[in-house]
Every structure is written in structure tokens, then in C-alpha cells.
Ligand binder design. Structure first.
Ligand SMILES: [Zn+2]
Length: 175
């Protein structure tokens, strides 16, 4: 038996079962055989005492940790209050907690789209189709699009704007 530790925010809209399924798929894609996924939460997804306590307990009962992840989500109250640690720093916090407890596991990061509980992994840019092109479909990697943080409406609006800008640039080229 092995364990995967997942740090997320306390937001009540986050559906742990939907997120858990996507973490299991990630484990399978990465060839990691974690049998149990532990979902830990604190505001903003900041690693805290629950991570330390869980690591202590897993070490005490002899279950190795083979995977760690910190996932942020858009429209986060903690982020708006300035209480959310940046994603890279949060991942580093988890890495430090792993080192302290002699866990050798990589810490992954990603974003959850709150409305759909869809997980986007930082290391797996997902293609997005521009819905209004007339030639062959153009694919924009999501890494070129704004990060889903802060106000959701703003994010959707800026995403639509970048697709529109790309369409206009393409249209000018065609003429
Ligand atoms: Zn949040």
C-alpha cells in the first residue's frame, strides 16, 4: 500500500471525488502505483499542519508516500484576501515537509477550474480549439492563455479576448 497526498483549498465547491478521479488518472499516466489518495485542505491550498500530521501518521504506520501535489483553483476567497501562498512556494513547502519526513516523491502542481472541478496539470498543457476560424483548426496551448486565478468572469473574458485577438491576427494575414 502506498499514498498520494493532495493539497487543495477548503472551498466548498471543490468536489473531492471528481478531483480524486483525475489524480488517479494522473498517477496512471505517470506510472505511479499509489493505492490511496489523501485529500488535505487548508485555505488557498496552503500546506499546513494537516500535511505534517498526515506525514507523521503515514510514517508511523509504515505507508510510503509516492506522490505529492498542490492544486490551486480560480475564484479563490483566500487568494482575494491575500492569504494564498503562490503555487510554486506551496509546492516547495510540501517538498520541505517531504524532506523532513524522509519522503522521496515529486510534488506536482496544477489548477482546478472551480465550476467544473476540471484539473489542469502544470506539466500537461492542454490544447484548446479556437471556435471561430475558417481554415484548418488552430490550436492554442493553454500555457499561452491567462492563468485561471482571481475573478472567474475576468478570466473567462480575458481568455475570450485572447482567442479573438488571435482570430483577428489570422484574418489580417489571410487578406
Ligand atoms: Zn480557495
Amino acid at each position: 500500500m502506498t499514498a498520494a497526498l493532495l493539497q487543495v483549498c477548503v472551498d466548498p465547491r471543490l468536489n473531492h471525488e471528481l478531483i480524486r478521479v483525475q489524480v488517479r488518472q494522473k498517477l496512471e499516466r505517470s506510472g505511479i502505483g499509489a493505492s490511496d489518495i489523501y485529500v488535505l485542505n487548508d485555505i488557498g491550498g496552503n500546506p499546513g499542519s494537516n500535511l505534517a500530521h498526515t506525514l507523521e501518521q503515514l510514517a508511523a504506520i509504515g505507508i510510503p508516500v509516492v506522490f505529492g501535489a498542490v492544486l490551486h483553483h480560480d475564484d479563490c476567497v483566500a487568494e482575494r484576501r491575500g492569504k494564498r501562498v503562490p503555487l510554486e512556494d506551496a509546492a516547495h513547502e510540501m517538498e520541505k515537509a517531504f524532506t523532513t519526513t524522509r519522503v522521496r516523491a515529486r510534488v506536482w502542481t496544477g489548477q482546478i477550474r472551480t465550476q467544473h472541478n476540471h484539473v489542469l496539470w502544470t506539466d500537461e498543457p492542454q490544447p484548446v480549439y479556437a471556435p471561430f476560424t475558417f481554415g484548418p483548426p488552430t490550436i492554442f496551448p493553454t500555457t499561452l492563455l491567462p492563468t485561471p486565478s482571481g475573478n472567474r468572469a475576468e478570466y473567462e473574458a480575458s481568455r475570450a479576448q485572447s482567442l479573438l485577438d488571435a482570430f483577428r491576427a489570422r484574418h489580417r494575414q489571410d487578406r
